[in-house]
Design a protein around this ligand. Structure first.
Ligand SMILES: Cc1cc2nc3c(=O)[nH]c(=O)nc-3n(C[C@H](O)[C@H](O)[C@H](O)COP(=O)(O)OP(=O)(O)OC[C@H]3O[C@@H](n4cnc5c(N)ncnc54)[C@H](O)[C@@H]3O)c2cc1C
Length: 424
């Protein structure tokens, strides 16, 4: 089955990876159909009014550029030049992310970004979206997807064509590859959950430095906040599920109030809706998904979180998923058949996604704990000086965030070999 002989390509999931991939494949001339279980975000508000944002860095930017949508996305983004570390006593200090002015990351609204990508894909004459369609996985027949129309409950089948599954961390398609023993999957859940909260604007303006990612590191847990364009910040509490200082303890308004007063007094003063939001917003779980066997011949491929969900502490899940999309398209120039393409994609990407999974876990300890350490700060300063004098020396954080030409695996290996310690 050659790449060009197919009638079309199905994408399952119109999230971040699926919508970017639809643009890339559409621009290459494929007839693309995207099935998404949610309603169309161009007409429905997917977040119930909440603003959830993501850190966008060089790898993601490269994917957006390849799809020709960077000029539409960058107006949605707020630059973050460094992390502002807020200590217990209220003192705050900015640690710059890079040593060059262009070494920055961006905060972007997930909903706005997704909508923009869907709009750009839908504008292509050969890309079609089908919303409200839940994929139940592969049907008994080898090359058929089982679908359910969410409005009517009707179950129907559609040919994979091939199908590329970008249905996220809880992928149904991955489950069905596992059931057929095509994929071996290991899911490692983190013992810490998260909850998103809001730091509102005052007179339409940010109440904290807008061009920074704010962190209140407290050793075993942390609060972070990323800026939004409307002057608000989306704050996220990362905290253990059980034990001392855990979500289990925060079951009453008094307990939440006491915890925030004790641990995050400076942030709490900026969160007038804290108690209402704490009990209304969901408590999310986090984890890493390791999959071996991302494809079924040339019929189906897993991509993005569906293949390799990671914890969010390096701000790389979406960036990595966008890099997946760019890499798949790059490999199309070298492989003429779908099975060959899918096999090459997994061989190329899995060592890299395993590496970022490891670095993302390590970065949690760094963000919530190590950044407070004087020795860490001295090492970071020394690494910055070294990098300014010797351009060949690149700290690990910079390799991951600012150097998409360095694969994740190489960044990990180089930092383990000492050439660029995990200083961020
Ligand atoms: C708290 C948190 C913070 C994060 N912060 C960052 C960050 O700062 N930077 C970063 O790069 N990454 C971040 N990430 C990771 C990022 O959100 C994911 O890596 C990214 O969304 C992956 O894109 P995806 O398209 O693979 O999956 P998703 O964006 O999850 O999209 C999956 C899509 O598939 C649809 N779908 C699911 N199942 C089905 C089905 N059965 N049938 C049809 N459709 C289906 C879903 O509705 C969704 O639209 C964060 C994640 C979390 C949880």
């Amino acid at each position: 089955m050659s790449l060009t002989s197919v009638a079309g390509v199905n994408i399952i999931g119109a999230g971040l990876a699926g919508s970017l991939l639809a643009i890339l494949l559409g621009r290459r001339g494929f007839k693309v159909t995207v099935y998404e279980r949610r309603p169309d975000p161009r007409v429905a508000n997917a977040n119930g009014g909440r603003s959830i944002n993501l850190a966008l860095a060089a790898r993601g930017i490269r994917g957006l550029d390849l799809a020709g949508v960077l000029d539409r996305v960058m107006p949605l983004a707020t630059v973050m030049r460094g992390r502002m570390v807020h200590e217990h006593d209220g003192a705050a200090a900015l640690q710059m992310y890079g040593v060059r002015p262009e070494e920055v990351i961006y905060s972007v609204s997930r909903a706005d970004l997704n909508r923009t990508l869907i709009e750009a894909a839908a504008a292509l004459p050969n890309v079609t979206f089908s919303f409200g369609q839940l994929c139940l996985g592969l049907a008994h027949e080898k090359s058929v997807l089982e679908m359910r129309d969410e409005a009517t409950g009707r179950i129907y089948h559609t040919a994979t064509q091939p199908g590329i599954a970008t249905d996220g961390a809880g992928s149904e398609v991955r489950d069905s590859l596992m059931a057929r023993e095509v994929a071996a999957v290991r899911e490692e859940s983190l013992e810490h959950d998260y909850k998103e909260l809001t730091i509102p604007a005052r007179d339409g303006k940010h109440v904290l430095e807008p061009n920074a990612l704010h962190i209140w590191p407290r050793g075993g847990f942390m609060l972070i906040a990323l800026p939004n364009l409307d002057g608000t910040f989306t704050a996220t509490l990362f905290l253990a599920r059980h034990g001392t200082n855990s979500f289990d303890e925060l079951t009453s308004p008094g307990a939440v109030d006491g915890f925030f007063s004790r641990e995050f007094p400076s942030a709490k003063a900026l969160m007038p809706d804290l108690l209402r939001e704490f009990f209304e917003h969901p408590q999310g779980s986090l984890g890493t998904v390791y999959t071996h066997g991302w494809h079924l011949g040339g019929d189906v491929l897993l991509l993005g979180d569906a293949a390799h969900a990671i914890v969010p502490f390096h701000g790389q899940g979406m960036n990595c998923a966008f890099e997946d999309c760019a890499e798949l398209v790059r490999l199309m120039d070298r492989h003429q058949t779908w099975p060959g393409l899918f096999e090459a994609f997994e061989a190329e990407r899995r060592p890299n996604t395993d590496a970022i999974a490891k670095m993302a876990l390590e970065n949690y300890v760094e963000m919530r704990e190590t950044v407070l350490d004087d020795e860490y700060r001295r090492r970071k300063k020394a690494a910055e000086e070294l990098e300014k004098k010797n351009p060949d020396f690149v700290p690990r954080y910079s390799m991951v965030m600012f150097h998409p030409e360095i694969p994740y695996r190489e960044a990990l290996l180089r930092s383990q070999a000492g050439a660029g310690p995990p200083v961020s």
